[in-house]
Design a protein around this ligand. Structure first.
Ligand code: PLP
Length: 394
């Protein structure tokens, strides 16, 4: 037998973390990495944050799991807090981002079904989007590498160019249920949508009674400097998928919706064994205790500006490698003139800096949101050293 016990679907690198301390990961042999990947935008409080750790420990010892057949004081409290701090009136808790997007897709379709227009089933989605790895969420993208070999995929998605309002408007027909869009594309290469595009989608949705569904799995929960990224666009969605940072490392997600958007989600239409379990709710509360503080959000914006400024200053010294910086808050992308995967591996293997490659030759820089000036300085030092001794030809 040559297959590994762990199904070999990931190109796993040589980093083998066994411990985390704040903004650092420590490997099996004691090697330390500055973690500016954060488990791909998950560990927003860094590793081993005392408030989050304590909340999980205490809840684990009290009550870990009960069925959704019972009342959920823990779920009601966290849902209320999300409702109080967002556009939403109601929340469904999931265990992952893809599940949050699945619930969002179901909610959008069911809105039209409940309104007597069941032929409105198609969501207009966008090139280079990433919504997860379930059959439903890979059906929502046009990325061959995600879809190949998994056909037949689900009908009901129409993919048009990202940030192209004219293309989105032209795609609307009598079968359209709404738009599904990441306000800042993550895997696609840290591309923020333009304000005009987001406002335009909202306008078309209002005019034609369509659902504006945001996938904020990667860009949500304070990552961009506001609780959700849509706040910076001056619009409100109808439905929003949230995950990653929402549990600070504990697996959980949420589908948020307005009362109107959720009109079809009645008893029996959706469910999850684990979604909303007391342990996840405790993790979510602990994360919100910290990230909803306006001073914390101001810190994220300030650190985002400092890191961006430092990256921009560094670029001219290595302009054979780097083209520019893009992103919002602490969701930043360093656009390279060459394939970013080799450089990400070089930073990791030779300079102890963890980042993540993304589409369009981008190095994703997604630090814990609790970084300070010293981490920004250390990141730039390691990046500059990496740029100096990186051999593109190698
Ligand atoms: N949506 C976006 C924008 C993502 O970035 C991701 C994960 O990277 C997902 C959905 C899927 O989340 P998960 O891997 O938790 O299922």
């Amino acid at each position: 037998m040559t297959i590994t016990p762990l199904m070999p679907v990931y190109p796993r690198c040589g980093v083998r973390p066994v411990r985390g301390e704040g903004c650092y990961l420590i490997g099996e042999k004691g090697e330390r990495y500055l973690d500016f990947a954060s488990g791909i935008a998950v560990n927003l409080l860094g590793h081993g944050h005392p408030h989050l750790t304590k909340a999980i420990q205490e809840q684990a010892a009290t009550l870990m799991h009960v069925s959704n057949l019972y009342g959920s004081p823990q779920g009601e409290a966290l849902a209320q807090r999300l409702v109080d701090n967002s556009f939403a009136d109601t929340v469904f808790f999931t265990n992952s981002g893809a599940e949050a997007v699945e619930c969002a897709i179901k909610t959008a379709r069911r809105y039209h079904f409940a309104g007597g227009d069941p032929k409105r089933t198609t969501l207009i989605t966008f090139k280079n989007a990433f919504h997860g790895r379930t059959i439903g969420t890979i059906s929502a993208t046009d990325q061959e590498k995600l879809r190949s070999g998994f056909e037949p995929l689900l009908p009901g998605f129409k993919v048009v160019p990202f940030d192209d309002l004219e293309a989105a408007a032209a795609a609307v027909d009598e079968t359209t249920a709404g738009f599904l869009v990441e306000p800042v594309q993550g895997e696609g290469g840290i591309r923020p949508a333009s304000p005009a595009f987001m406002a335009g989608l909202r306008r078309i949705a209002d005019e034609q009674d369509l659902m504006l569904v945001l996938d904020e799995v990667q860009c949500g929960v304070a990552r961009t400097g506001t609780f959700y990224a849509y706040e910076q666009y001056g619009i409100r969605p109808d439905i929003l998928a949230s995950a990653k940072g929402i549990g600070g490392g504990f697996p959980m997600g949420a589908c948020l919706a307005t009362e109107r958007a959720a009109r079809g989600m009645v008893v029996g239409t959706h469910g999850s064994t684990y979604g909303g379990n007391p342990l996840a709710m405790a993790a979510g509360q602990a994360v919100l205790d910290i990230v909803l503080d306006p001073a914390f959000l101001a810190h994220v914006r300030q650190m985002g500006e400092r890191l961006r400024g430092a990256l921009e200053q560094m670029i001219p010294n290595h302009d054979h490698l780097f083209e520019g910086v893009r992103g919002l808050g602490l969701m930043l992308g360093l656009k390279m003139k060459t394939d970013s995967r080799g450089f990400v591996a070089h930073l990791r293997d030779h300079h102890g800096l963890l980042t993540v490659a993304a589409g369009d030759n981008v190095v994703r820089i997604l630090p814990p949101l609790v970084i300070g000036d010293q981490h920004v300085a250390e990141c730039i030092e390691r990046l500059s050293a990496g740029a100096r001794d990186y051999d593109i030809a190698a």
